[in-house]
Design a protein around this ligand. Structure first.
Ligand SMILES: [Zn+2]
Length: 460
């Protein structure tokens, strides 16, 4: 900076009262909660933290708290505080109700409305998986510029790579490639637009699609992603594809192995090659086993969903249509395989996150993250392991240093619960408050979509 410019800036700063701004910082103290910090450490009783300008300035035992003078103090005695949940696999802006249509519904307003729903459920960050229009880059650029936002933070893989004519992607979004050269160009383009990571699909819908993505294409995705210093992740279904992609250098799987159960050999290869099972999407597989989701009248679900959507889910014709789908009887086994695969991998030491694949029709933002965590516990993990997967592990996968745990310097993205989620994972639903960047935002218990607040059912 030129000297004159520096002086001019100094004068302006004085005039605007920025200099000595510590006194003007927005400070708040949360006190006397039990801390689950997201790192896997056991809960710590009677803790406190200081929020300053949306970030955690200090956290530690309440007895050692030095509360900044004048800062409001919230007494959270009896409550449990954890980092905001991160969902590592979502799709944004694809639906209105349960009607899915990218061309009709994908726009900035719909994306941001859904980010608000995620946050109401305590899901304060989401990774969006390959079905984004370019509007996502405007949303994210604004979020990163503003910092202190009032809904979930978004991280995107832009347009994921689909092999022409094969499985994946959404209608209305140009995202298919036929050759390795086209693949490299597409990945370079997505990286240049600001994708945080790169996604590919390798599947054939139970053999109903002629050809899965060939390895000449997937290896080009991995190489191009790594050339742009981005991680490459894959939609997989089959064991043999998971095994080959691990050899090729993929960084993460966004679904489980589901045609059979992952075994020690695959788990060892994933560990040796640092492949993370970053999403298991158990709630996705579980949702496919029902013709009517069993929780449609649970207020924790229905508060975020318009009555017209609930009526559409209950429509007997829809239920009959789902039951008649030739793939419907296959899903209980798919779910069993997915849950068993996660159990095998976790026991072997593979790193695993938490992701739902919510966002497409009838897979609901926020609710599915809580269901996913419950299914992960049913797969043999402890609640504390699941909470760690859903927070710090997910953050580490993308190298995000300012979310994912409760520690000095991180954003004040926090979930305050009335009951202990380490004792029972379903207690993540007992949401007392949600903070994004140190600001309280409306929780699901203060949300009632599409009707008068009084008819939304009991709060907790
Ligand atoms: Zn997905």
């Amino acid at each position: 900076m030129q000297r004159s410019a520096r002086i001019a800036f100094g004068l302006a700063a004085v005039a605007m009262g920025i200099v000595g701004g510590a006194a003007r910082a927005q400070t708040e103290v949360l006190d006397h909660f039990t801390l689950i910090d997201g790192t896997g450490r056991a809960p710590a009783a009677d803790q406190a933290l200081v929020l300053r300008d949306g970030r955690i300035a200090w956290v530690g035992p309440s007895a050692k708290l030095k509360a900044p003078r004048g800062a409001p103090v919230t007494d959270l005695r009896g409550k449990f505080l954890m980092p905001g949940i991160i969902d590592s696999h979502v799709h944004l802006g694809l639906v209105d109700g349960i009607d899915q249509n990218f061309t009709k519904y994908y726009d900035r307003a719909n994306v941001e409305r859904q980010l608000g729903i995620y946050a109401a459920y305590g899901v304060t960050s989401v990774y969006t998986l390959g079905t984004d229009g370019d509007a996502i880059h405007d949303v994210i650029a604004d979020q990163r510029r503003i910092g202190r936002i009032d809904r979930a933070r978004a991280f995107t893989s832009g347009r994921g790579v689909v092999f022409k004519g094969s499985y994946g992607g959404v209608a209305g979004l140009d995202q298919s490639v036929a050759t390795p050269a086209e693949t490299k160009a597409m990945v370079a383009r997505e990286a240049a637009k600001g994708a945080d990571f790169i996604k590919l699909w390798m599947d054939d819908e139970f053999g109903m699609i002629g050809e899965r993505m060939p390895y000449t294409i997937s290896s080009a995705v991995v190489a191009a992603a790594h050339a742009a210093r981005k991680k490459a992740v894959a939609h997989i279904f089959y064991y043999d594809n998971a095994d080959a992609l691990a050899t090729e250098g993929i960084d993460g799987f966004m679904h489980q192995v589901r045609d059979r159960t992952a075994d020690g050999a695959l788990a060892r290869k994933m560990m040796a090659r640092n492949v993370w099972q970053i999403a298991s999407t158990l709630s996705r597989e579980a949702s496919f086993t029902y013709t009517l989701l069993p929780f449609v009248d649970d207020p924790f679900f229905s508060r975020a969903v318009a009555p017209t959507t609930i009526a559409a889910l209950k429509d007997p014709a829809r239920q009959a249509r789902l039951a008649a789908n030739p793939n419907f009887p296959k899903y209980p086994e798919v779910l069993r395989n997915a849950m068993a695969s996660l159990g095998v991998e976790a026991k072997a030491g593979v790193r695993y996150g938490m992701g739902t694949d919510s966002g497409p029709s009838a897979r609901f933002p926020g609710y599915f993250a809580h269901w996913e965590m419950e299914l992960m516990v049913q797969s043999g993990l402890t609640p504390l392991q699941v909470l760690t997967a859903a927070t710090s592990t997910n953050a580490k996968f993308l190298g995000l240093t300012d979310i994912g745990s409760v520690a000095p310097g991180k954003w004040g993205d926090l979930l305050v619960l009335d009951r202990n989620p380490v004792a029972d994972i379903r207690n993540t639903r007992a949401i007392a408050s949600v903070y994004v960047a140190g600001k309280k935002i409306p929780t699901i218990w203060q949300t009632c979509v599409g009707r008068e607040a009084s008819v939304c059912g009991a709060a907790k």
